[in-house]
Design a protein around this ligand. Structure first.
Ligand code: MN
Ligand code: MN
Length: 271
C-alpha cells in the first residue's frame, strides 16, 4: 500500500519535499515493469497507491494522520510504503511498529530532543523513535552530521549509528552482519534520501557530502526485505533534482517490493 505525505512544514534548510510524492510516482511509471534480477513482473502484483494524505501545516496533525493511516493498513495485513515529505512524519508511522527493529538511512543523527521549539521536527525523529522502541532496536546507517549536544547525550549510545566512514572502511556486508545479530522478525525501514551521497541523490533538503552509495542502500533493502513490514522514503526535494534522485527513490521502492515478493515466493516453494 503506497501513500504520499506531501508535508515539509518543519524543514529547516531547503524546502520542497512536499512535491516529492508525485515526482517519485512519475519516475516509477517510467520503470520497466519486469525485474530481471528477481524475475518478477510488477504488473501482476497487488500494489495499491492510495494517493496523498490531505495537506496540513500542522506537524502534530500530520503525524497523527500518518499514524492512523499506517495502523489501518497494518490491521489489514498490508505493508505501508510511505513517500514523504520530510522525516518528521516517520514519528507517526513508527508508533505502529512498537515491536519492530528500525533501520534508518540518514546523513543526520536526527537526535535532537527538540528543534526550533518543536519535538516533532524532522531533526528529532530518531530520538522520538527511541522513545517508542527502546534501546538496542535502532540502527542508523550513513551518519556524518551530528551536533555536540546530540553526541554527548547519554541517550545517543542507545542507538547504533554506523558512520558513513565506518561503512566505507568495513563494507556494507559487515553492517548487515552486525544488524543481523540483534534484528527481530519485523523491521521498519526508513530512508532519508540525504543518507545517500549527493552525487547519487542531489535532490534533498540538507545535502551532506561523503555519503553512502546507492548500491550500499540497495544491499540493505535487499537483505532485510523479507522482514520489512513498514517502509518509507523521505526528504527528497524535486526542485534541486536533476532527475536522478526521483529515479533512485522509485528504484528503491521497486527494489523493496521485488525483494519482498521474491523472498515470499522462495518461502512458498520450500513449503
Ligand atoms: Mn532525517
Ligand atoms: Mn537527513
Amino acid at each position: 500500500m503506497i501513500f504520499g505525505v506531501p508535508f515539509d512544514g518543519t524543514s529547516s534548510f531547503r524546502k520542497g519535499s512536499s512535491l516529492a510524492p508525485d515526482s517519485v510516482r512519475k519516475a516509477y511509471t517510467n520503470l520497466e515493469s519486469f525485474d530481471v534480477y528477481h524475475n518478477i513482473d510488477f504488473s501482476k502484483l497487488k500494489i495499491c497507491d492510495l494517493g496523498d494524505l490531505f495537506e496540513s501545516e500542522d506537524v502534530k496533525e500530520v503525524t497523527g494522520n500518518v499514524r492512523e493511516v499506517v495502523s489501518m493498513i497494518r490491521s489489514d495485513n498490508k505493508i505501508p510504503i510511505m513517500i514523504g515529505g520530510e522525516h518528521s512524519i516517520t514519528s507517526g508511522s513508527i508508533s505502529c511498529f512498537k515491536d519492530s527493529t528500525m533501520i534508518i538511512i540518514d546523513a543526520h543523527s536526527d537526535f535532537r530532543d527538540e528543534y526550533m521549539g518543536n519535538p516533532l521536527n524532522h531533526a528529532c525523529v530518531t530520538r522520538r523513535s527511541l522513545e517508542v522502541l527502546g534501546p538496542g532496536k535502532i540502527f542508523s546507517v550513513g551518519t556524518r552530521s551530528v551536533s555536540r549536544e546530540e553526541f554527548e547525550s547519554p541517550e545517543f549510545r542507545k542507538v547504533r549509528f554506523f558512520y558513513s566512514d565506518e561503512v566505507r572502511e568495513k563494507g556494507i556486508q559487515s553492517v548487515i552482519k552486525e544488524i543481523e545479530q540483534s534484528v527481530g522478525s519485523s523491521v521498519y525501514f526508513s530512508i532519508d534520501m540525504d543518507g545517500i551521497d549527493p552525487a547519487y541523490a542531489p535532490g534533498v533538503g540538507t545535502p551532506e557530502p561523503f555519503g553512502l552509495t546507492d548500491v550500499d542502500v540497495r544491499e540493505l533493502v535487499r537483505h532485510f526485505a523479507s522482514k520489512i513490514d513498514g517502509f518509507d522514503i523521505l526528504e527528497f526535494t524535486p526542485v534541486y533534482d536533476n532527475g536522478n534522485t526521483s529515479m533512485l527513490a522509485a528504484k528503491l521502492i521497486q527494489e523493496f517490493i521485488g525483494s519482498r515478493e521474491s523472498s515470499r515466493l522462495r518461502h512458498h516453494k520450500k513449503k
